[in-house]
Design a protein around this ligand. Structure first.
Ligand code: AMP
Ligand code: MN
Ligand code: MN
Ligand code: MN
Length: 296
């Protein structure tokens, strides 16, 4: 089960990715992915297209989402997998969460205008295929294309991260609220890219403890934004907290994302993959069988 090429973290045009769900499915398949999940920010509108495209290609699919949460004053991302995408509380909760984004984007535009960059709100909106989901990534693409910065990395460093002119503090979902939506819809929750949060050890311990107390089951161990020592560290945290381990590229766009779909190293040997929960379903898929045969 460890050696299954699972990629359980990616973004489409329904949030801040640049490819449609079907284009992403094709790219995942070409990258050797046997189990895939589309995990758009705060949005599940792409799930039906993603699942249908995956199934046409013989890839196993689990529904996915990446929920924005505020915990201890910091933004934390919680991945949800294998939930019922029609669950009313989940659908409504995510809708409410997205509703806060537009006012935030306007405030970001105002703040950038004060810093000497006019028109950034309109600019970002023009890059967002989903009008409910204007994100910092869209501002970033606008600022790069306008020549204010040469890369997305630079744009976040200079304009979009906390303390910079385009950053506007925002209150996302509560941790318990997000966990309630995911588990209430029959899903499994995972802490996304834990090494990216600037928590003290005490705060991090509180995040893992509260996450688990609210029914969280997994943590992303191998992901696009973890360095090798961080993979080892969170494999250790998974063991300490008895959490399942997830693996996902966090792919957003060709030429922009460091890691492509399916291209990550395997999970460390001592972890228990989150997809062991879905073993019965994924074994039936042709792509999974081919992968299993190749290992024999
Ligand atoms: P938002 O949800 O609007 O705050 O946007 C967050 C998104 O910005 C993340 O999901 C990433 O896609 C992107 N992002 C955050 N930090 C960086 C960074 N340093 N470089 C590139 N993209 C980033
Ligand atoms: Mn993103
Ligand atoms: Mn994230
Ligand atoms: Mn992501």
């Amino acid at each position: 089960m460890h050696l299954l090429n699972a990629d359980l973290h990616s973004h489409s045009t329904f949030s801040d990715g640049s490819l449609s769900p079907a284009e992403l499915a094709a790219r995942a398949h070409a990258g050797g992915v046997a189990l895939w999940s589309l995990t758009d920010h705060d949005e599940i509108g792409g799930q039906a297209e993603a699942r249908a495209a995956a199934e046409r290609l013989g890839m196993a699919y689990v529904t996915g989402v990446e929920v924005s949460v505020t915990f201890a004053g910091e933004t934390v991302h919680i991945l949800g997998f294998d939930f019922d995408p029609l669950n009313p509380a989940l659908v409504e909760g995510l809708h409410q969460l997205r509703a806060g984004r537009n006012a935030r984007a306007r405030a970001m535009g105002d703040s950038l205008a004060e810093a000497g960059i006019p028109g950034a709100y309109e600019g970002a909106v023009a890059y967002a295929a989903n009008p409910e989901l204007v994100s910092r990534t869209h501002f970033g693409r606008f600022l790069v294309d306008q020549g204010h910065c040469s890369s997305m990395h630079e744009v976040f460093q200079r304009y979009l991260k906390e303390g910079k002119p385009g950053f506007v503090n925002h209150r996302w979902a509560g941790l318990g609220e997000a966990l309630g939506w995911i588990t209430g819809a029959g899903g499994v929750a995972a802490i996304a890219h834990p090494a990216r949060y600037r928590f003290t050890p005490t705060e991090e311990f509180a995040l893992f403890g509260e996450f688990q107390a609210h029914g969280g089951r997994a943590v992303e161990v191998t992901c696009g934004s973890h360095f090798p020592d961080e993979v080892t560290r969170y494999a250790g945290m998974a063991a300490e907290f008895d959490l399942l381990a997830s693996r996902g590229s966090d792919f957003h766009a060709p030429g922009e994302s460091r890691v492509d779909l399916g291209a990550l190293p395997d999970l460390p040997g001592k972890t228990v993959p989150v997809w062991s929960l879905w073993a019965d379903r994924i074994q039936e898929r042709p792509a999974v069988q081919r992968a299993a045969e190749a290992l024999r």
